[in-house]
Design a binder for this molecule. Structure first.
Ligand SMILES: Nc1ncnc2c1ncn2[C@@H]1O[C@H](COP(=O)(O)OP(=O)(O)OP(=O)(O)O)[C@@H](O)[C@H]1O
Length: 224
């Protein structure tokens, strides 16, 4: 569904990474680890067309990311749920409306409204549905960001540190939500520093663990 072939990226200065190849197939579950600043967020941005590779090729649902343009990227993103590290929301809209936004924009608001209560219960935010985003804690925002990313049942879920501010019990719940979606055939890629989360996931699904380090994407796993 998303494929990177021999990709390099540079923000203009030194090359952040090169020779990166990765294929996100239906039903795959990847973790991406690596030191802070290695380029994990950058790699995710390449996967959803936010950035264009400086070398190599990125294919998003069969289309060359460097050629599909803004409209093509917008179209592809309807099938990709992204959990951003900074969890931005529209501050004037209540939480429920924020989570529903991908469905509202896609003209599927009624369908989203059916799914919203279950999703809120799963991420433990039922009581907060009417609150405005500035009234939420960091962990609540992260849970809401995951709910918003998955409400449209995207084919691919890309999550950047989705459990950074969350206690262990809740991060297990969020993990299980990703595991369930993965079992339904969705491709999942999670960037995280949390090795315990990776270990917990391994108990439920076959996962591939990748590490960005020394400007290369390496396969990790045996040592975790
Ligand atoms: N827009 C930008 N312009 C220039 N440099 C950038 C930009 N965005 C990120 N960088 C730099 O690129 C490097 C990789 O950043 P990135 O956010 O991808 O790393 P990361 O592995 O996700 O880090 P962390 O684990 O701390 O979130 C960092 O040195 C960062 O300062």
């Amino acid at each position: 569904m998303i494929e990177l072939r021999n990709v390099a990226y540079s923000y203009g200065g030194a090359e952040l990474f090169n020779s990166v190849s990765l294929a996100l197939q239906p039903g795959s579950f990847h973790f991406l680890t690596g030191p802070s600043g290695a380029g994990k967020t950058t790699l995710l941005k390449l996967c959803y067309g936010e950035l264009i590779a400086t070398e190599g090729a990125v294919s998003i649902f069969g289309e060359d990311a460097s050629r599909i343009g803004r409209d093509g990227v917008a179209e592809a993103r309807r099938k990709i749920g992204v959990v951003h590290q900074d969890c931005q929301f529209l501050d004037h809209l209540p939480l429920g409306e924020n989570i529903m936004l991908p469905m509202t924009v896609a003209g599927r608001k009624a369908e989203g409204a059916d799914y919203l209560p279950d999703l809120l219960a799963w991420v433990g935010l039922t009581a907060q549905v009417g609150q405005l985003p500035p009234q939420l804690s960091g962990g609540e925002r992260q849970r809401a960001a995951l709910a918003r990313a998955v409400i449209s049942s995207p084919d691919v879920i890309l999550a950047d540190e989705p459990t950074g501010n969350i206690d262990w019990e809740m991060s297990q719940r969020l993990l299980m939500l990703l595991v369930e979606l993965n079992r339904m055939g969705k491709a999942v890629l999670v960037a995280t520093h949390d090795l315990n989360l990776i270990r917990a996931a391994k108990a439920h699904v076959p996962v591939r663990i990748l590490r960005l380090r020394d400007r290369r994407l390496q396969s990790a796993g045996a040592d975790l």
